[in-house]
Write a protein that binds this ligand. Sequence first.
Ligand SMILES: Cc1cc2nc3c(=O)[nH]c(=O)nc-3n(C[C@H](O)[C@H](O)[C@H](O)COP(=O)(O)OP(=O)(O)OC[C@H]3O[C@@H](n4cnc5c(N)ncnc54)[C@H](O)[C@@H]3O)c2cc1C
Length: 156
Amino acid sequence: MVDLTRRFDVLVIGGGNAALCAAISARRAGASVLVLEGAPKFYRGGNTRHTRNMRCAHDAATEILTGPYTEEEFWKDLLLVTGGQTNEELARFMIHESKDILNWIVEQGVRWQPSLGGTLSLGRTNSFFLGGGRAMLNALYRTAEELGVDILYDAR
Ligand SMILES: Cc1cc2nc3c(=O)[nH]c(=O)nc-3n(C[C@H](O)[C@H](O)[C@H](O)COP(=O)(O)OP(=O)(O)OC[C@H]3O[C@@H](n4cnc5c(N)ncnc54)[C@H](O)[C@@H]3O)c2cc1C
C-alpha cells in the first residue's frame, strides 16, 4: 500500500520504459519517487511490453552485437526513416546519449540475448531483450521497487 499522505520529491506519471528509467534515475539521485501507473499491474508498461529490442549507437562489437554502429550511421538511418523531418540537435543528442544505455540498462537488471534471425537483419544495430519487453519491464520494476520507488497501479 502506498501512503498517499506522504510528500514525494518526484511524481512520475505512467509506467512504461520512459517512466521507469526516469523513476530509477531520480531515486538513484536521492529523490523520493512515486510512479502513478494508469494500468492494473498485470497490464503495466503500455507499449513497452510489446517491444523486443532497442537500437543504440556503439563504437565496437559487443558480446551480442556483431559490429560497430556509429553515431553518424545512426543519424543517416534516422534521416532515411523520417525523410529529413528531424530535429537535428535533439536527434544527435539522443543518438549520442544512446551509447550509454546498453550498459546502463544492464545495471538496472535487464539482460540481452543474441539477435533473432530470419527476416530481421538487426544483429549489428539492435540489442534484443532476453525474454522480450515484458521481461525488461519486470526487471526495471523489480529494480525500482528494490530502490524504494513507490508504485501505484490503477492510478486515476
Ligand atoms: C507492437 C509494438 C512493438 C514495438 N516494438 C518496439 C521495439 O522492438 N523496439 C523499440 O524501440 N520500440 C518498439 N515499439 C515502440 C515502443 O513500444 C515505444 O516507443 C515505447 O514503448 C514508448 O515508451 P514509453 O514509456 O514512452 O510509453 P509506453 O511504454 O506506452 O508507456 C506509457 C505508460 O503510461 C501509462 N499511462 C498512459 N496514460 C496514463 C495516465 N493518464 N495516467 C497514468 N498512466 C498512464 C500506460 O499505462 C503505460 O504504462 C513498439 C511498439 C509496438 C506497439
